[in-house]
Design a protein around this ligand. Sequence first.
Ligand code: NAD
Ligand code: IPM
Ligand code: MN
Length: 359
Amino acid sequence: MTRKILLLPGDGIGPEISLQASRLLAACQESGLDIDVEEALVGGAAYDAHLEPLPPETLQKAKAADAILLGAVGGPKWDTLEDLSKRPEKGLLGLRKHLGLFGNLRPAILYPQLVEASSLKPELVSGLDIMIVRELTGGIYFGQPRGIEIRDGERVGFNTYVYSESEIERIGRVAFEMARKRGKKLCSVDKANVLEVTMLWREVMTRLAQEYLDVELTHMYVDNAAMQLVRAPKQFDVIVTGNMFGDILSDAAAMLTGSIGMLPSASLNESGQGMYEPCHGSAPDIAGKNVANPLAMMLSVAMMLRYSLSEPALAERIEAAVGQVLDDGLRTADIASDGMQAVSTQAMGDAVLAAFAQG
Ligand code: NAD
Ligand code: IPM
Ligand code: MN
């Protein structure tokens, strides 16, 4: 059966890296993968065309797709839009919410070839392989009430940090199952010393642990977790945390792997449908220059093959191709160590495709 893939290039470097992903999809088709790839607008690009960051047509195509690939959204051009509901980021958040993509997997894996590109010393990071499981459709990102209003003669801004037991349990199960398949260690990150919402989080995780006796559950406050990630990151196997803490910790973890341009992600719902995107943003500072690292995007294609299309062999072929080009010394500017010649986005894409074709 033909599977439907929706490609949403988005803004900034989004279209540049999406081009490399779509070439990779075409190569997968040549290898026998039966997919139909369609493109649609999201984010600032959709706002410019339709005055909506998530046009109904895009949402409808997303709902009908087996999997979605997204480049990145946002940029300074739209940062001053007064109506918050029109901001590009709302397009992305809307997709996550409408499709129920609560389970966000962010693997921080250090390719051995990139040890020198990591911001930490080789002995601290070599062999690093962490999976961050981030709750993606709740928490302070979506809690009500929210807004800016006048109180006592001045403006106040407010958001609500809320999680229900069922939301916590749902993401907890994803994380325990993940830990069970990996190193059997799960660290739940919260702020239970201060915030009631995360006291409940900790309580639910502790209760769930009774069903996963083969997994060792530990708890850590988020401030300590940030410190531990840059002190001794290899102590972690799987981390589970809420929406905002997961956003912040995954960017920190990205640098351990050499660059945020190396981190792919999967966002899954209860029926196994997924959206796949790099963890980084639209990188306005380098957009349009053909220098962005396309590997996080290309590795997101691999995650899509593994988690939504049940094609683990093709996923491994992509990951092996990435390893091969790194072995061959190809580096975009963000991962080039001293004295290494940096290649363009397109040249990196070419090299991965060539290695994939041989794989
Ligand atoms: P960013 O991730 O876009 O950029 C941070 C830094 O990392 C920049 O110096 C950038 O050049 C670099 N970088 C990011 N991706 C790279 C890549 N593939 N190759 C090389 N270098 C790369 O974060 P930001 O600057 O905070 O945000 C810029 C815009 O992106 C904002 O509008 C923000 O809302 C949006 N954003 C979108 C997403 C998403 O679509 N998933 C994620 C994060 C930020
Ligand atoms: C990410 C991004 C998004 C988030 C923004 C752009 C809404 O930072 O995917 O990590 O905060 O989730
Ligand atoms: Mn982020």
